[in-house]
Design a protein around this ligand. Structure first.
Ligand code: GTP
Ligand code: MG
Length: 318
């Protein structure tokens, strides 16, 4: 696995999840934040990059997989935004084997948790690294933990909260990153602002961070020893663990934010950049050799059909 400061090859990430959870809006937010678009569209404005087909526009729902490629900090990501409506479930499940990672997008509503079961189960069965993104945090009415505990009932793998919300007068105004131990306040359609962590937030952070580390320690004896002897684990060790546990499929990290307001999306992109494995992982999973073999397939397709060399997601779909 390359070190964090090493540039990595193109990766392909699927956005999956139930109908209307905000996948196409998340794609729109990612494209805008990464500079692939100059203006952000919305579902109600019928001007998003995804859902461009007349039927999708008319029904205001995805009716096929939307594909877009962008770069974040010089690394290329192809995003496959899958339809959530149940009639397209099979289309979504069919593309999963070829992706490097998947983001399961859901709403902060415990009553909708059961709708995630088909995605979480299939991703676990196929051993595809996946994270959960609790979207629409601007509309959250109760604790993220309540949604999470309902989700855990249908999730085959342990869900590990990577952030906790900061609440003000019943609204989520920011988050604390449990790995970096930093508090962020959201700014609408802009990068969040780092603020000092105080009082009650600090106490909740300490407790939530310990719970996160305890789950990681189930797969790392060294970390377990550190926790038992009250030795603060180094940050590098935590990040290496988070990455390995995602890639190996031990855990499902959980992030939250608002695709509509572009909150929490930069944090999500950073996690994707650091933690999504490279294409050889998929090649091994599918049993057709290492990176060189994938490159050969890409080049053969290229010379047979002409045109530009495209992202791996494009070739894998063939
Ligand atoms: N409040 C709020 N609304 C959102 C957010 N993200 C998306 N929405 C709204 O949720 C609705 C569904 O959004 P989509 O992006 O079409 O959801 P989707 O998951 O792509 O839907 P399907 O592809 O049909 O499954 C739209 O009305 C969006 O404006 C969010 O972060 N906050
Ligand atoms: Mg959609």
């Amino acid at each position: 696995m390359p070190k964090d400061n090493t540039k990595r090859g193109p990766r392909c990430v699927a956005l999956v999840g139930p109908y209307g959870s905000g996948k196409t809006t998340l794609l729109e937010s990612i494209l805008w934040i990464t500079g692939a678009t100059q203006r952000k569209g919305s579902i109600s404005g019928r001007n998003t990059v995804g859902d461009a087909a007349a039927e999708a526009r008319a029904r205001q729902m995805s009716v096929e997989v939307n594909t877009a490629t962008t770069s974040y900090l010089d690394e290329s990501f192809t995003i496959l935004d899958c339809p959530g409506s149940i009639e397209f479930l099979q289309d979504t499940l069919n593309i999963l084997p070829s992706v490097d990672a998947a983001l399961v997008v859901c709403e902060p509503d415990p009553l909708k948790a059961a709708m995630l079961q088909p995605y979480l189960k299939r991703l676990a069965d196929l051993n595809i690294p996946h994270a959960l993104f609790v979207n629409k945090i601007d509309k959250a009415a109760g604790a993220v933990r309540d949604t999470l505990s309902m989700l855990q009932e249908v999730a085959p793998k342990p869900l590990v909260l990577r952030q906790i919300p900061i609440w003000e007068r019943g609204i989520v105004t920011g988050y604390v990153d449990l790995a970096l131990e930093r508090a962020h306040i959201y700014r609408e359609h802009a990068a969040s602002e780092i603020v000092e962590m105080k009082g009650e937030v600090q106490a909740r952070e300490g407790e939530a961070r310990f719970q996160m580390l305890e789950k990681l320690a189930d797969y790392n004896e060294h970390l377990m020893e550190e926790l038992l002897s009250d030795v603060p684990p180094p940050r590098d060790e935590i990040f290496a663990d988070l990455q390995r546990d995602l890639v190996e499929g031990h855990i499902v990290p959980v992030f939250f934010g608002s695709a509509e307001r572009d909150n929490g999306i930069r944090r999500l992109l950073k996690a994707l950049r650091h933690e999504t494995p490279e294409v050889e992982r998929v090649a091994n999973r599918l049993g057709f050799g290492g990176k060189d073999t994938v490159l050969r397939v890409m080049k053969t397709y290229h010379s047979a059909h002409g045109g530009k060399l495209r992202s791996p997601g494009f070739y894998r779909a063939r």
